[in-house]
Design a protein. Structure first.
Length: 457
């Protein structure tokens, strides 16, 4: 908080000062000044925001969608992707709208996901609102580390196919020293370059895969119309949309935040179309042989081995970005609450050790849980559902009750309905994934071979 009483939150991070205070006596922040105040650098035009959202949200989760259709069936899987896409996009828009309402009523340079949650109920529960922020940040950390763990397994599985020689667990161990060294980088300028390399590799991989899947399609009568377990597919699909964490940081960089909802809709509809094409095309091509990542189904020819290699590079670069977010949140908390008297040299040493331990934890989880696909489905059904489908409607209701003189009845009905449906899907999806995980650990092989390789975004 500066001398004028404005709370300063980082625009390049999901985290925010855990103990920042809010003063209701602050004046209004004109919407025309909001973006200029939050950015010292170049502001993004609408088309630039569109491209950035596409780059951030179109991740490797698209590679798992043919497997999701296998479990949901051809008659349920694609419609489920479409329905979930529209609901999640709507939740992204209402999260952004709530952020803008708060920014127009409070002198804030910017608000991230956690801060938006806190300020949405600050006038309803002034002494408890900070717990809401910590709750949101906790789930951000859980889902980000879940993604990082899956990335390790994804790289190991594909390296095993490309090079061979070693078991998947050995490849996980071999990846650890390289990941540790690169995860010492915490400069966003450097990470942005690695992100660009990863995006180029992913786009090239997707082009190769798309031209493959739409050749030699199977006959429809050989495919499953209604799959054996659509709740598993639900978790995977929701996990593909975990990029909701990036919505508010990007909004704070927009030149015209009032146009941001249009940018969200256009970019996410484009991404949804890419998801749908991969899901349908991949399943029509590989049918019930679809594995957790479609890269594991590709022929072992030089072209497709190269595609696997590019995908490994893309995931490696994505790991660095995904790791940076929770690592920064947690260490910022430790530095402000635990290491307040530590010297600069001690802080640097502790941060390096801390990052090393976190990387080793993701590797240990990838090695210890060979049926990691079930963990992904659980993460999608729990953390993914909470972040994408439950919290945005709650935040919108809190924002309207806090900053509006009247809350429309249709808005209450709509948000409550989304929350109820999301909770039901969360419970059913989580139960199904945990049940199948228990079967796998007990030696049962129900859909074991195809599911244990599932990978995520």
């Amino acid at each position: 908080m500066d001398d004028s009483g404005t709370v300063k939150c980082p625009t390049n991070n999901v985290g925010c000062d855990l103990d920042a205070n809010f003063d209701e006596s602050d004046g209004l922040l004109p919407s025309s000044q909001r973006s200029d105040n939050v950015n010292e650098g170049k502001l993004l035009k609408d088309w630039e925001g569109f491209m950035t959202l596409v780059k951030v949200n179109l991740g490797t989760g698209v590679l798992a969608l043919p497997f999701a259709v296998k479990y949901a069936g051809l008659a349920i899987g694609p419609p489920l992707i479409v329905i979930m896409a529209f609901i999640v996009i709507h939740c992204m828009v209402i999260l952004s709208s709530s952020s803008q309402i708060i920014s127009k009523n409070v002198k804030l340079s910017s608000v991230d996901y956690g801060k938006t949650a806190e300020l949405s109920i600050i006038r309803i529960f002034p002494s408890k609102a900070h717990h809401f922020r910590r709750f949101v940040n906790c789930f951000i950390v859980i889902i980000q580390y879940g993604v990082c763990t899956v990335y390790v397994l994804f790289m190991a599985e594909n390296l095993k196919q490309i090079i061979g020689h070693f078991d998947t667990k050995i490849w996980c161990l071999l990846l650890m020293p390289v990941l540790i060294i690169f995860c010492y980088i915490h400069s966003l300028d450097i990470l942005s370059y690695t992100s660009s390399v990863g995006n180029i590799c992913l786009i090239t991989t997707l082009i190769i895969i798309y031209q493959n899947v739409f050749r030699g399609l199977q006959h429809l009568e050989r495919l499953t119309l209604v799959g054996p377990s659509f709740p598993l597919a639900f978790g995977i699909i929701v996990f593909c949309f975990e990029g909701i964490n990036s919505i508010l940081p990007l909004e704070n960089r927009m030149k015209k935040p009032e146009n941001y909802s249009k940018v969200i809709w256009s970019s996410q509809l484009f991404i949804g179309l890419c998801y749908l094409l991969m899901a349908i095309g991949g399943y029509l091509h590989y049918g019930d042989n679809s594995l957790g990542s479609i890269t594991l189904n590709l022929p072992k020819t030089p072209l497709y081995l190269a595609a696997r290699g590019l995908c490994v590079i893309s995931v490696f670069c994505s790991y660095l970005i995904q790791f940076h977010i929770p690592a920064s949140i947690l260490f910022k908390y430790l530095r402000s609450d635990v290491l307040t008297d530590a010297s600069q040299i001690k802080l640097i040493s502790l941060e390096l050790a801390y990052r090393t331990v976190l990387v080793l934890v993701t590797g240990a989880l990838a090695i210890a849980v060979p049926k990691l696909g079930y963990i992904i489905s659980i993460l999608g059904a729990t953390s993914g559902t909470i972040m994408c489908l439950i919290l945005p409607p709650l935040i919108e209701l809190g924002t309207y009750y806090s900053y509006s003189s009247k809350v429309p009845k249709w808005l209450i009905i709509k948000d409550v309905l989304i929350i109820i449906v999301a909770i039901i899907c969360c419970v059913i999806g989580t139960y199904t994934a945990i049940y199948r995980l228990a079967l796998a650990f007990n030696g049962h092989s129900v859909h074991h071979q195809s599911f244990n390789n599932i990978t995520h975004n």
